[in-house]
Design a protein around this ligand. Sequence first.
Ligand code: NAP
Length: 259
Amino acid sequence: MTPEAPGLLILGGTGEARDLARRLVAAGTARVVSSLAGRVSDPARPAGEVRIGGFGGIAGLAAWLGEHRPAVVVDATHPYAATMSAHAVAACAACPTPLLGVIRPPWTAGPGDDWHDAGSLAEAAARAAALGRRAFVTTGRQDLAAFAAHPEVFCLIRCVDPPAGDLPPAREVILARGPYDSGAELALMRAHGIDVLITKNSGGALTAGKLAAARELGIPVVMVRRPPPPDYPLHCRSAEVAALMVTAHWLGRHGRRVA
Ligand code: NAP
């Protein structure tokens, strides 16, 4: 990016981030660069340009912003990517660069749901051990050592890439990438005799099928609480609204007219 051709930096790695990039690239609103952490092998690539890997903390991101001078940064990372979001808030304030956060609405329990709140994976593992003996663990590949502390619980672990670190001794690992529909989730949970589900409160439709399946089976769900929301100067709740806000900002800044 150059000052003559200012663009948009999307902090991505989520469905919303790809949706936003697709909308803005299709509209030709601006030059779009998406940033991925580089955590998963073979990530789904967003439309537009892509950069991969950490920036090197707040200072590294601020240096990147100073060099590339995007007109807007959109933080569309996952609700649990708290470090990246805090870095975006600090670096954009320092530069300064306008920052828009996309906060995906959390799931909420409804009739027939039996949800149990947990503040951490360690707490979630302890709660799961009190509630069942065959756990479906969908919290990702990191920090699964918390479940190794409860060897009496069999864990069906599903993640995109192979998990690292200590793992529970009684386990089966499924490598898969969503979306997952509720019928397939129900069949999977039945086939493995699952009696408790552990999940982050990611929100969104793409991975909500497991919650409907748990409701159908009448089994408890241990819900790992979200970190506090980032202190964004401005935020919205969907890629659709983010695209409209970015476009409005763009038109205001560059004086381009819509037909
Ligand atoms: P995190 O703990 O908030 O971030 C850790 C570090 O990873 C950041 O300080 C940053 O390194 C780098 N990073 C994270 N997101 C980045 C991005 N989009 N572009 C460049 N660098 C990034 O986040 P995380 O939990 O590791 O998540 C990593 C990525 O996976 C995020 O993009 C997130 O949207 C996605 N994701 C996370 C989850 C989850 O449950 N946490 C689930 C699905 C997808 P530097 O300090 O070096 O800049």
